[in-house]
Design a protein around this ligand. Structure first.
Ligand code: AMP
Length: 399
């Protein structure tokens, strides 16, 4: 698909440029940003536009304000953090459009940056509403999407707006994401190992259906492993299971077997008598999970086994924690795998907020090749889908 990147646009000077970023970052109770990777990720694109003398209008969503204005979800803290990272003042607009916003944009000088308010304050955003997209476009001559993490959503500021602005392009963060993904999936150096974990089997089974056709090894941990173990006939106590997906899990394992893909499941786990940080817990084999107990982490033997699978890996993709890593008692499996991923001699690509957090907490973030800013978008790419936000950037379709 032919996509233009921001540095392929000839003259940005004095042009009003709309950059869709994803500043949907975690905040504490006081509204302080606790993790700013996504903001930092968009800085190269914004800085480039500043240096080229463009007038930059930024837009993002934050949280789930459900189509209504809500001060809790203002973009102001993100604009402030961006100001610090860029080393120049980013003005926070009071709204997404309207006379006051237009006044602010009309007064911009080359190199100025204005952050619009949360686009999800309007229901038109999630409905991909063209009228709302036109209001957002507000005299912009160039549209740039640098919001990879939301590009799996056909929302107004991601999709409809590309039809309202004459020139469209992708930013540098988007280029990085797509390049690493291509490297890992389209033409991978093998063995290619996929590690999947987390709680929601439903979201990841489709991904696995595609992945088993491409990878050499699959490693499953986290809550999702127990649907597979139940499919193999194990009693898994009160561990997380999606019963309606047992048949699909079986089919995936059959497909893996037919293709000669090694399929690794946990051999032991940490079981607890409640879903609580202080619950009584012990290590057991997956064949011996007691009735009424739940497995909340992989055990040490599984951690060693999983690390062993990575020894000869040349490409590794990882999405989803191996256990309830938010609670110390059930975090060891995830951290062991994070260390193994960090230390293996392979191109390693991490996707999803939890996995990102786990890799940072384990202190191996500087050792992995690439940490994607996308969770859902990353999974949809793995599934083989074309993201609506990327499709909308196809310059062939722009007539
Ligand atoms: P997901 O959004 O599907 O990637 O799931 C991430 C969540 O899975 C994290 O918050 C973990 O606490 C949770 N998780 C991982 N392993 C387990 C498990 N064995 N049982 C319940 N939840 C789990």
């Amino acid at each position: 698909m032919p996509i233009r990147y921001i540095d392929q646009i000839k003259d940005l000077k004095n042009k009003r440029i709309f950059i869709r970023v994803d500043f949907n970052v975690p905040q504490d109770d006081k509204g302080t940003i606790t993790e700013d990777t996504r903001i930092a990720g968009a800085v190269p694109t914004i800085r480039y536009a500043v240096e080229q003398g463009a007038k930059i209008v930024l837009a993002s969503h934050l949280g789930r304000p459900k189509g209504e204005k809500n001060a809790k979800y203002t973009m102001a803290p993100a604009a402030k953090r961006l100001s610090e990272l860029l080393g120049l003042k980013v003005k926070q607009a009071p709204d997404c459009f309207g006379p006051e916003v237009s006044g602010l944009l009309d007064a911009m000088k080359p190199g100025d940056v204005v952050m619009l308010e949360n686009v999800r304050f309007y229901p038109g955003e999630e409905k991909n509403d063209m009228a709302f997209a036109k209001q957002l476009a507000n005299g912009c001559e160039i549209y740039v999407n640098d919001a990879f993490a939301v590009s799996h959503r056909a929302h107004a500021s991601v999709e409809a707006i590309t039809k309202c602005i004459p020139t469209i392009a992708a930013g540098f963060l988007m280029r990085n994401e797509m390049t690493f993904f291509d490297k890992a999936m389209r033409n991978p150096v093998r063995p290619l190992v996929a590690i999947l974990g987390g709680a929601k089997v439903s979201g990841k089974l489709e991904v696995l259906q595609t992945l088993v056709n491409k990878v050499d090894k699959v490693v499953i941990g986290g809550g999702m492993a127990f649907t597979f173990l139940k499919a193999l006939g194990y009693s898994v106590g009160k561990s997380l299971v999606e019963d309606e997906l047992i048949l699909t899990a079986k089919r995936i394992m059959d497909k893996a077997k037919k293709r000669g893909v090694s399929f690794y499941l946990p051999v032991d786990c940490v079981v607890a008598n409640a879903f609580e940080a202080t619950a009584t817990n012990f290590i057991t084999t997956v064949q011996e999970i007691p009735e009424g107990w739940m497995a909340l982490d992989i055990g040490p033997a599984s951690a060693t086994l999983f690390a062993e699978t990575l020894r000869d890996a040349k490409t590794v993709i990882w999405n989803g924690p191996m256990g309830v890593f938010e609670m110390d008692a059930f975090a060891r499996g995830t951290f062991s795998v994070a260390e193994a991923v960090g230390n293996c001699y392979a191109t390693t690509i991490i996707g999803g907020g939890d996995t990102d957090a786990a890799v940072r907490k384990a202190g191996v973030d500087s050792k992995v090749s690439y940490i994607s800013t996308g969770g859902g978008a990353f999974l949809e790419l793995l599934e083989g889908k074309i993201l609506p936000g990327v499709k909308a950037l196809d310059i062939k379709m722009k007539k």
